[in-house]
Design a protein around this ligand. Structure first.
Ligand code: FE2
Length: 410
């Protein structure tokens, strides 16, 4: 649609919305009632967010989407004046004329409470180097606790396999994520299979990002761990644009409190040549690439010297059947993980919650969370401080499936 036509339509909608006339509009070939509803909703520029990614004592990434192409930035500070401004640039060009916004604020002062808000201004037209801007839209002020440099403790809530039942997010967080009125998680992890298939960007926003924003994600970061279902569907290749990771990849490490979190991407559960993947899968190569990275990562002093090491991987290399994905994860990662002093592994995928003690195959305990349906769901809570790492798996009935307390090795 040409900008002028769209602008005309928006002006028209603005006027009739103000006059309270939307409900009187007939469905016409020119503008159906469904179109009117969609256009009226999308007249707002700020769409979904903000949601926080990749938070450390050094920096934080603020993300959001707009309904139309815009130039966007973050205003921030420690007081309500928000006197600082952050924006992204690539190769000297300030990021603009896009709809998915990812703005890194770095450096940050460790340990402060940071106030921020997002601002977007629509880009109505670009002719050569001439930009035509619309009016700015400014979001409300949010606050985030920046971790101190030597963060002594951390609390993490971990979901897995909720498979498009987005009501699970508020239900389990409100049921188990609070001590009285106080939120008792600093990070929320989604350990794979948020979706059945990643079919569209609308689905990414409506079924995942929005429910997170509604509960926590504007003030508490979320970590997405890719499962085997997210890699299916027409929008699967869009997913990386919606997140920010320390390495820019789904596999990475991050530090919170005394914990080094190791995130691996288990990939698909069947062989690359399976008919389901249409000849477009290269997960064997991807897991081999991760093996090379993992081999170097576990040798780093920062990895070895962490008080605790926690592995997040959607498909456990053990106790997860005998399909190719499980076996190849075992082949690629198993020996290295057994050398890596892992304190605990947390997985999903099987849809049957279970705790596995260390055995001759894996020298660390493994938690596997439950499935998507009510009665089979779990929320895993990890609390780590200087004295202990405590992992609790809670069934949605409230029953404590398993509690494991791990003390520092050294
Ligand atoms: Fe699943």
């Amino acid at each position: 649609m040409k900008n002028s036509t769209r602008q005309d339509r928006r002006d028209f909608l603005d006027k009739i919305t103000k006059l309270g006339m939307l409900s009187f509009l007939p469905a016409s070939p020119l503008l159906s009632s469904k179109e009117v509803a969609i256009s009226a909703k999308s007249n707002k520029l700020l769409e979904v967010g903000p949601y926080l990614q990749n938070l450390s004592s050094e920096g934080i990434t603020v993300m959001w989407t707009t309904t139309r192409n815009s130039f966007s930035w973050v205003e921030y500070g420690q007081s309500a004046f928000l006197h600082k401004k952050a924006f992204e640039y690539v190769g000297g060009l300030i990021q603009a004329n896009n709809r998915i916004h990812r703005v890194r604020i770095q450096p940050l002062e460790p340990g402060v409470r940071l106030k921020y808000r997002i601002v977007s201004v629509e880009i109505l037209d670009v002719k050569g180097s001439q930009y035509e801007f619309g009016e700015p839209e400014i979001g409300p002020i949010h606050e985030v606790a920046v971790p101190p440099k030597d963060e002594k403790s951390v609390r993490v809530a971990i979901f897995n396999d909720h498979h498009e039942i987005e009501s699970t997010i508020p239900e389990l967080l409100y049921r188990f994520g609070y001590q009285g009125n106080h939120q008792d998680f600093d990070v929320v992890v989604f350990n794979g299979d948020v979706f059945n298939n990643t079919n569209s960007e609308t689905q990414i926003k409506d079924q995942f990002i929005t429910p997170c924003v509604n509960v926590f994600a504007s003030h508490t970061p979320l970590v997405f761990v890719q499962g085997n279902h997210e890699v299916r569907g027409a929008a699967a290749r869009m997913l990386p644009q919606y997140f920010d990771f320390p390495t820019g990849k789904f596999y990475h490490t991050f530090d919170r409190g005394p914990v080094k979190f190791l995130v691996l991407d288990a990939g698909e559960d069947k062989a690359d040549e399976n008919w389901e993947y249409g000849g477009l899968a290269a997960f064997d190569r991807y897991r081999a690439e991760q093996r090379a990275w993992l081999e170097a990562e576990i040798q780093k002093d920062s990895f070895k010297n962490a008080k605790y090491r926690v592995l997040l991987i959607h498909i456990s290399p053990w106790h997860s059947g005998t399909w190719h994905g499980t076996l190849h994860c075992r082949e690629m990662f198993g020996d290295l993980l057994n050398q890596a002093d892992i304190d605990v592994q947390i997985s999903g995928h099987t849809h049957r919650y279970k705790y596995h003690e260390p055995d001759e195959d894996h020298n660390f305990p493994i938690f596997i969370g439950g499935g998507p349906q009510k009665g089979r769901r779990t929320l895993i809570k990890l609390h780590a401080n200087q004295k202990q790492l405590k992992v609790k798996m809670l069934a949605d009935s409230g029953a404590l499936v398993k509690e494991k307390i791990i003390t520092p090795k050294a």
